[in-house]
Design a protein around this ligand. Structure first.
Ligand code: FAD
Length: 555
């Protein structure tokens, strides 16, 4: 049914996930309409403080990583994570993390070895979301309707028609699309309309979160400034994050057991204790952004032509900085599959892979972050007054707690496993070969070409990033140019898939890759690998594009 507006994909919500999805679809040649109830370019509240390395890899592909990297904290502002008795108190441990001017050169720090062309970028959502918005609004394939609310939808086998209204004029209109994607955040109307319930723990913890202006704080820091401070003392533990590297800070006060309401704790007293300043210290509250940490995942991510991504589909405690980043991974996963269906090389059945791949990852991250948050609360409860004593027993307590705090900070803030370790285990469109992917934790991972894993990044002989050399659809990486691949390439072409072959001869890549042929998907995950061309390339190509039930791919 034609609408007042017709588009290929309608996205509800121009938060970081909706904007990434719009940019990725547009990059793949799909026209998109986004409806957003906020004003054009209106910044969000200060929530997320880091774009993960994996998200930066996605933004690199879209050509906007440089713009994002140029914004945020001043170039030389240290990105270190410090644990101390208070922000201005005794330092217990410091995790060295390079400032953005040093990011590509630095060798010191637990995440400087990561095999990626795009390390994590520490920047507040308030700064990067308007950049995403500007990039999306400048894109001719993307139409953004601001101050417009999505109200409802109907769908049939041909498409979806959404009802919207304009917040300024009250005018009601309809938008017809092939697909509707709810990136409309925690209170998602789209999730409610498809009847997907949130399953899990509705409340893990409450956090009094305050965005403050405190121009004098930087002058009172005892050492080199840091990006994040974990305050550990027996009175009030909390986290403080540098927002502009000058005068604005976000202070999180995680409420203790028994402090059941946001108002059960004196906010001013808590902030002063976390900062370690007296009543004379002047600061101003810019906003109060208290939140409840949850562990909830939607029971379903889809109803036929309607999908949900990001906070609409999963909510967890912002430990390890991975809420938004998991949503960006959802967007990057769904985008290429929808683009494949609209371009005609994939049948609609490929879309079954979205929930099959992303929902288990969401559940896993939710469990990791809940467990990390509970460990942090236990650590807070265990801080004794010794930590502030002078002399030897105080020193010993500080060393012991400092060691634990260092490990905890690395796990949370250099979460390599969450970035690179996850793999798609039960996908209908991956040709598994029986080998188990390497296990991973929140912080540890082992790069691997086991189907389902992110293809290990290498720098090519000419200095180019492997990821820059991959095609927009699938790419066949070949480590031995003597292996014939004409059958698979021509079979793909007959199914409408352009399959470029990328010969790489980088030293050590044979050990890392373990196979001579690796078929990489449009989202940089491995679809298949072998040492020889498959005997039945048609079955393989049909499997990875969602056109058949899982056959046995003979190698
Ligand atoms: C204190 C805090 C710290 C955090 N830190 C991190 C971090 O370091 N790293 C990280 O990855 N994540 C972090 N997060 C989580 C992160 O902020 C969210 O996961 C992220 O904002 C989700 O993005 P989204 O686009 O899915 O949803 P949102 O950002 O909520 O965007 C949804 C958009 O949809 C719009 N919308 C809603 N309903 C409608 C409607 N009916 N019609 C039209 N528009 C609609 C809204 O206006 C909004 O713009 C943090 C969260 C908090 C609270």
């Amino acid at each position: 049914m034609p609408g007042d507006i017709n588009t290929s994909v309608l996205i509800v919500g121009a938060g970081p996930v909706g904007l990434t999805l719009a940019l990725d679809l547009a990059w793949r040649g799909i026209d998109v309409t986004v409806v957003e109830l906020r004003h054009a370019g209106e910044p969000p509240s200060v929530k997320c403080n880091q774009i993960s390395a994996r998200s930066m890899e996605i933004f690199r592909r879209l050509g906007i990583a440089g713009k994002l990297r140029d914004a945020g904290l001043p170039p030389d502002y240290p990105n270190d994570v410090v644990s101390a008795t208070s922000v201005t108190g005794i330092e217990l441990a410091r995790v060295s993390i390079p400032s953005r001017s040093e990011r590509y050169r630095a060798k010191v720090g637990p995440d400087t070895w990561w095999p990626t062309p795009e390390p994590t970028h520490r920047i507040n959502q308030k700064y990067f979301e308007p950049i995403l918005f500007a990039c999306a609004s400048a894109n001719p394939r993307i139409g953004i309707l601001n101050r417009v609310v999505f109200d409802d939808f109907v769908q049939d086998e041909r498409g979806v028609t959404a009802a919207i209204h304009d917040l300024n004029s009250g005018e009601k209109r309809s938008i017809a699309a092939s697909y509707l994607i709810g990136c409309d955040g925690a209170k998602s109307s789209v999730r409610k309309k498809i009847g997907a319930k949130l399953i899990g723990t509705a409340e893990v913890q409450r956090v009094q979160s305050t965005y403050i202006r405190a121009p004098d704080l930087i002058g009172r820091l005892p050492g080199k400034p840091a990006w994040m401070y974990f305050s550990l003392n027996p009175r009030r533990c909390g986290t403080t994050i540098a927002i502009d590297g000058g005068e604005t800070w976000q202070v999180h006060n995680t409420l203790n057991v028994g402090e059941d309401h946001f108002d059960s704790v004196d906010r001013d007293e808590a902030i002063r204790t976390i900062l370690g300043v007296g009543p004379d210290f002047r600061y101003e509250i810019i906003s109060k952004d208290d939140y409840i940490g949850r562990r909830l995942v939607a029971e379903s991510f889809r109803d036929r032509r309607v999908f949900i991504c990001g906070d609409a589909a999963h909510l967890w405690i912002p430990h390890a900085g991975y809420g938004m980043n998991a949503g960006i991974a959802d967007a990057a996963n769904l985008s290429w599959m929808i683009a494949g269906v609209l371009a005609g090389w994939a049948p609609p059945a490929i879309l079954d892979a979205y929930e099959a791949e992303r929902k288990p990852i969401a559940s896993q991250v939710a469990r990791f972050t809940e467990s990390s948050a509970r460990n942090a609360s236990a650590q807070h409860r265990g801080v004794s007054s010794e930590i502030e004593w002078p002399g030897r027993s105080g020193d010993e307590a500080r060393q012991r707690i400092g060691r634990e705090a260092y490990n905890h900070a690395v796990q949370r803030q250099c979460a390599g496993g969450l970035n690179f370790g996850y793999f798609y285990e039960e996908s209908p469109i991956i040709a598994y070969d029986g080998e188990r992917p390497p296990p991973y934790t929140m912080s540890d991972f082992t790069p691997s070409t086991v189907p389902g894993c992110r293809v290990p990044h290498v720098w090519l002989d000419d200095g180019q990033s492997l990821y820059d050399a991959l095609g927009q659809q699938y790419t066949l990486i070949r480590l031995d140019p003597a292996i014939g691949v004409d059958g698979i390439v021509s079979t793909a072409a007959r199914r409408g898939l352009h399959l470029p072959v990328l010969d790489i001869a980088t030293p050590d890549v044979h050990t890392l890759y373990a196979r001579k042929l690796v078929l990489v998907r449009p989202d940089q995950h491995v679809a298949w690998r072998s040492d020889v061309e498959p005997v039945n390339p048609g079955d393989l190509i049909d499997l990875i594009r969602g056109a058949c039930q899982r056959p046995t791919i003979r190698r």
